[in-house]
Write a new protein. Sequence first.
Length: 227
Amino acid sequence: MGPCYSWADLSSQCIFADGAPDTKTIADKIRVSLLRAMEADPGTGNWVGILGFSQGARLAVSILLEDEIRQKEINCNTPDRAFLGVKWHFGVLLAGRGPPYALSHRTMHRPQFGHPGPMTQMIDSIESLTSHPLFDLLEPWDILSTPTLHVHGLRDPGLPFHQLLQSHYVAPGSASVIEWEGEHRIPIRTVDVEAVSRGILQIAKVGDASESVDDHLTSNQQDTRAI
């Protein structure tokens, strides 16, 4: 089985041919990888949503938050200033935990953000995380306001961490939550898939992507896309 890929290096034992890459290098590689996937996508419509599972959900919320910080920094909402050159209307986060990754110089030296490089450490105790000083350092800019759908497996060992991401890094009223009887995996039962599908459509409408979504549902064309 393999090869297996990771959005971030979570092991201090990794060996790199040119030495350990810095956070900026890894963030750049993440950006290039996603842009290539977007360019290869056969769809023709606008990108409206970003979806991730587990570590991918952590990256998804990181991208959304990075874009919001950039917008506030320059008081501008143009897509060309965004991490991927896209204005995301909503995010879907399946079994995602925080803290968000630092993806630019804006957040690389802030303790509220994790680093997607070899120095990244996983905090395995919910008690250790809730008492971590990073929560005392959170500022309004660190709180995500883009509409998000959080999908939590009730038998997932990481459930407390996923709930903490939603409660501490997301603005009140901007998030919807779907809970299902499962572990750390993607829902596959029909009843669960239908619930998540309805949740995605609803959060898309909240995120002002409803017109594009409705067009997609009433035509055979690929009018909207998510990565």
